[in-house]
Design a protein around this ligand. Structure first.
Ligand code: GUN
Length: 297
């Protein structure tokens, strides 16, 4: 392996500790703690794990966590009523509804109902629009975490060529806009892109967010490229050599021979996603209370 390993776990711990320091000052100044309301509908096991880690990280940062667990058959109107109450609740600085939602609930309607100024996931169309035209809002946590890792690794990103593989609303599209905001020359690649290896080979920065295990190979990369792997895929335990391992969208064994720096899976982007949720929740509380903080979080 010649690539430098980008330690997302360490970067996330550092960010969470810096926020915890600011939360201490916020509590002293305002007499209250920032609060995050997390809504889980149904019993999807992966979502339950994510919600638990979000609640734990919220409390560790000195903030309040409010968890709402609704049954899988909750009517859409009931969920929308809960969001109206949370929008009006001064203790909830941040609100998020864990996705995916059961099929009878319209996720876009739900996301749109969250007050954009409490939308710490950054999924509300108002925040998507703010990001697109360069206004302050909330940026989705996973691409924000990737941007922080890239800036820490490369410094100024201006003029670099970046390829984002994947065009989801949660990762691919906001990631491309963030890189454009840092003056990269950005290409968004997707399932219909022709000759993907050739497109990836011209990039200084590669962000892989397609959800296909070990798709990006080492010989697709420009030597020295910085590779951010957003994928989390569990290999089939029946597959030879798979053993149910967690792997990314990048074939780590070959990519780490060619890349200049690369995130591992697990321990790369994942911890940064949660740290950025904590960051967005603190920023929401600070904006709502007109509390000024010194650090660049
Ligand atoms: N499901 C998968 N990722 C996310 C996320 O970042 N936020 C929410 N709310 N749901 C998700």
């Amino acid at each position: 392996m010649s690539a430098k390993l980008i330690d997302g776990k360490a970067a996330a711990a550092q960010l969470r500790s810096a926020i915890a320091d600011e939360v201490t000052k916020f509590r002293a100044a305002t007499g209250r703690a920032p609060g995050l309301a997390v809504v889980l509908v149904g019993e999807d096991p992966a979502s339950a794990v994510y919600v638990r880690s979000k609640g734990k990280a919220t409390i560790e940062a000195g903030m309040e966590s409010f968890e709402y667990k609704l049954s899988a058959d909750t009517p859409e109107a009931e969920l929308l009523d809960l969001l109206d109450r949370l929008n009006a609740d001064p203790a909830a600085d941040g609100i998020l509804v864990q996705l995916p939602l059961p099929a009878h609930i319209n996720a876009n309607k739900v996301i749109t109902r969250i007050d954009p100024d409490k939308d710490v996931d950054g999924f509300n169309p108002v925040n998507a629009g703010r990001l697109a035209i360069g206004l302050h809002g909330f940026v989705p946590c996973t691409p924000l975490g990737c941007l922080k890792l890239l800036r820490a690794e490369l410094g100024d990103l201006s003029g670099k060529s970046a390829v984002v593989i994947g065009r989801s609303n949660i990762v691919g599209k906001p990631m491309a806009l963030l890189l454009l905001g840092d003056s990269c020359t950005v290409t968004i690649a997707h399932s219909r892109t022709r000759d993907l290896p050739a497109v990836v080979r011209q990039a200084d920065i590669v962000v892989a967010a397609v959800g296909r295990a070990e798709m990006v190979k080492g010989d697709w990369l420009k030597p020295g490229a910085c590779v951010i792997d957003v994928g989390i895929n569990r290999l089939d335990p029946a597959e030879p050599g798979g053993k149910g391992r967690l792997v990314g969208d990048v074939d780590f064994a070959s990519a780490s021979q060619v890349a200049g720096a690369i995130t591992p899976v697990p321990g790369g982007v994942g911890p940064m996603t949660i740290a950025c949720l904590i960051r967005n929740t603190f920023v929401s509380a600070a904006r709502r209370a007109a509390f000024r903080y010194g650090k660049d979080l």
